[in-house]
Design a protein around this ligand. Structure first.
Ligand code: NAP
Length: 292
């Protein structure tokens, strides 16, 4: 199988027989989704394959039409296509409508459905890694104004957290996010990413989620001031490469329970898989497939 297919390959019908699922991105060669989904498909005896397609910006609508015509069930969508994909959908989930982006597309009855699986994937990940119920929890989200942070924050709000602390370098993004959240029992607090603001609230927090992109590079700064972290905290880093970020290391040294974003990657993928196939994949197998 080719590593990466291009739009011209789809136009010519040059995809492997049995290709029914894909990830669209630009670039897309780094995506771990094919090995993760292929392992789950094979284990269930579903005779189909999952491919990578490199799609230039502006071509998503054409590509979705080509995939549907080739008999695909759907696809994942990654950077930079999540907004463009949403704009091509006929039916949007509530989460996509609220977020303005879609990461999962499926075709049914001649219509294109758009979903977002990051938020529910995070919830399953927190349950798996920490055995933690989010209803009533007090959660600090770092990078709450970014794409992943927004999806996570909206999901935590709908899970009924008691207190939701939304932190972002650009505070206007989290002010806007809070303004769009429906009234509920969750008390939503908005803050920047300065040490004084974080230190003032960290004592009243059970779970910290790093949803910034900080941690992917070796020389990245920590996403927050860690002096207030201790054994009462759980710290989840959405970054999974490297598997132990400097933030996880610093939080772990202070006694916090830590986990990386691999479980979120696997569970958001598993939810996409369920939407396409109606089958429940083996998430342990998916995790091992990503880890190589
Ligand atoms: P994004 O939309 O570009 O958001 C990036 C966020 O990080 C923003 O909140 C941004 O703040 C903040 N940030 C970036 N550099 C910063 C710095 N130097 N100082 C302070 N804040 C900084 O990116 P995204 O798509 O949400 O992705 C964020 C991370 O989540 C990436 O590492 C991605 O790989 C990961 N992710 C993981 C999963 C998973 O399944 N585990 C799923 C999705 C994403 P501003 O708003 O102020 O710019």
């Amino acid at each position: 199988m080719m590593e990466v297919y291009r739009v011209d390959d789809l136009r010519g019908g040059l995809v492997p027989e049995g290709a029914r699922l894909a990830v669209l991105g630009y670039p897309v060669s780094h995506s771990a989704s094919p090995q993760m989904h292929q392992a789950a498909l094979d284990a269930l005896g579903l005779e189909m394959s999952y491919i990578r397609v490199e799609v230039e910006p502006g071509c998503v609508r054409e590509v979705l039409g080509l995939l549907e015509g080739l008999g695909f069930l759907g696809c994942n969508v990654t950077i930079p296509h999540k907004l463009e994909a949403m704009e091509c959908c006929d039916v949007l989930s509530d989460a996509v409508r609220a977020l303005g982006v879609a990461n999962t597309i499926h075709f049914r009855g001649g219509e294109i459905f758009g979903d977002s699986t990051d938020g529910p994937g995070l919830v399953r990940a927190i349950e798996e890694d920490f055995g933690m119920v989010l209803e009533g929890a007090r959660v600090l989200v770092l990078g709450a104004g970014g794409g992943a942070g927004k999806a996570i924050s909206m999901q935590l709000h709908s899970e009924g957290c008691a207190d939701l602390y939304l932190s972002n370098r650009t505070v206007s993004k989290v002010e806007e996010l809070r303004a769009g959240l429906p009234d509920s029992g969750t008390v939503v607090h908005v803050l920047g990413n300065d040490a004084a603001g974080i230190d003032a609230v960290i004592g009243g927090v059970d779970l910290v989620i790093n949803a910034t992109s900080m941690g992917m590079g070796d020389d990245d700064d920590l996403p927050m001031s860690v002096g207030g972290l201790g054994s009462g905290h759980r710290v989840y880093d959405v970054v999974y490469s490297p598997p132990v970020t400097r933030f996880m290391e610093a939080a772990g040294e202070r006694g916090a329970e830590v986990a990386n974003g691999l479980s979120m990657l696997v569970h958001q993928g598993a939810i996409s898989f369920e939407l396409w196939t109606g089958r429940e994949p083996d998430t342990g197998l998916m995790r091992r497939a990503v880890m190589g």
